[in-house]
Design a protein around this ligand. Structure first.
Ligand SMILES: C[S@@+](CC[C@H](N)C(=O)[O-])C[C@H]1O[C@@H](n2cnc3c(N)ncnc32)[C@H](O)[C@@H]1O
Length: 389
């Protein structure tokens, strides 16, 4: 693949131009360095896996309307590297399905033709704010969600017609409009309007089906994350008859995969909408042995009656706070599987867990986000001495 035409301004693909094997090797070395810096002793490093797809792997993009130079033409895309107020049009991004680029270009043309202006971050004036495109990798379903203020007229019928007649390879299943009049530079939903079709797409992963609604979290690189989750769950000795906690469970993908084998799987997640989505999906998959609880892991752990035999954690980039980690290690379960999207906070958490009687058996890294700086890791920890019992 040639160097992307947006490379000069877009800060997303920092490793672009470096041969892929080299990128993977660099990320693997970085994980080991971070672990070693924290004095983490591990029995085995199982290496690093590259992504099954190096391009067109992202199933979601959140683009912003703006301009690249002050009072210049309207743009739609990503923030320019190092220049927060500048937006660059990324209509040839290589990390997304070509349909995303087609839709982005078409929406920008539509807005220019209709004289719609972008919402200005400083003056808080203007109409067009964001464009969110999501795709079911395994179903080929596409959802288009345009985010606007309510300050001036927006021709919803013309927009819908225009999007529906675009020649796409994938199957458009919904055209949505989100009204956001908040002044924060974030996508908040004051009202979600279904202009056509439905407000969700379907995805298939780990042999399960998922209904992913407009704002639900869902993993970005499906092929890569399926392999990562599968390998992470294979580290657990035996799930039969066991109660498993899936902490920081998001929309409950892991919880449901665990429930296929365990006696009971309990997911805990801060975002209530994600928990509601997880419940809907568990019902869709006919899984009656899943339970989902909304709230901060630190608080919710005190209210779960069933004690765990195994714990899986998949925290956000900031890792797990020590006060929550104390409660997790206090269960004394034989195996903890730690899935991490930030090797730096992973190393800090492992250091703490080692002090409280856990040892690191295996570490494996995964490059689920080729060209970018991100690396995922899966670590198996066991309670010291539990092997000898
Ligand atoms: C990396 S994602 C996990 C994704 C999940 N495994 C899935 O497949 O959908 C981390 C999740 O932790 C949640 N989270 C962040 N802080 C939390 C907390 N203190 N307690 C519970 N959940 C939290 C986030 O909302 C997010 O959904």
């Amino acid at each position: 693949m040639e160097i992307c035409k947006h490379d000069q301004f877009c800060g997303g693909c920092i490793h672009q131009g470096i041969p892929y094997e080299k990128q993977v090797e660099m990320k693997g070395r970085e994980v080991l360095r971070l672990l070693e810096d924290k004095g983490i002793k591990y029995e085995k490093f199982l290496g690093i896996e590259g992504s099954p797809k190096q391009y067109a792997y992202r199933n979601k993009m959140e683009y912003t309307f703006g301009d690249q130079v002050k009072d210049g033409d309207m743009t739609l895309g990503m923030h320019q590297k190092g220049r927060f107020m500048s937006i660059i049009t990324v209509d040839e991004c290589q990390l997304v399905d070509p349909d995303f680029n087609r839709i982005l270009r078409a929406v920008l043309d539509f807005c220019n033709r209709n004289g719609y202006r972008f919402y200005h971050k400083k003056t808080h004036e203007g109409l067009m704010r964001n464009l969110i495109i999501r795709k079911g990798e395994r179903t080929g379903e596409i959802l288009v969600n345009v985010v606007t203020s309510s300050q001036t007229e927006f021709d919803e019928a013309a927009f819908t017609e225009y999007i529906r007649q675009l020649p796409l390879h994938n199957n458009l299943v919904g055209v949505l409009r989100t009204i956001n009049d908040g002044i924060a530079d974030a996508v908040n939903c004051d009202e979600l309007k279904v202009l056509w079709g439905r407000d969700y797409y379907m995805e298939k992963i780990m042999g399960l089906e998922f209904k992913v609604s407009a704002f639900s979290f869902f993993q970005t690189n499906i092929e890569a994350v399926e392999r990562l989750y599968t390998e992470a769950l294979e580290l657990i000795d035996d799930l039969e008859g066991k109660t498993v906690y899936d902490l920081f469970c998001g929309t409950g993908t892991i919880t449901q995969a665990l429930a296929l084998k365990a006696k009971k799987a309990i997911g805990v997640e801060l975002v209530e909408e994600a928990v509601e989505a997880a419940k809907v999906n568990a019902a869709l998959n006919g899984l009656a042995n899943c339970k989902f609880l909304a709230g901060d892991v630190f608080n919710v752990l005190d209210n779960i009656e069933e004690k765990p035999d195994v714990i899986v954690v998949d925290p956000p980039r900031m890792g797990i706070q020590n006060k929550a980690l104390s409660k997790i290690v206090d269960y004394g379960v034989k195996q903890i599987v730690y899935i991490s999207c930030n090797p730096k906070t992973l190393a800090e958490n492992l250091q703490f867990m080692q002090l409280y009687g856990y040892e690191v058996k295996t570490v494996k890294a995964y490059d689920n986000f080729p060209m970018t700086k991100h690396t995922e890791c899966v670590v198996l920890m066991t309670k010291c001495g539990s092997d000898k019992k």
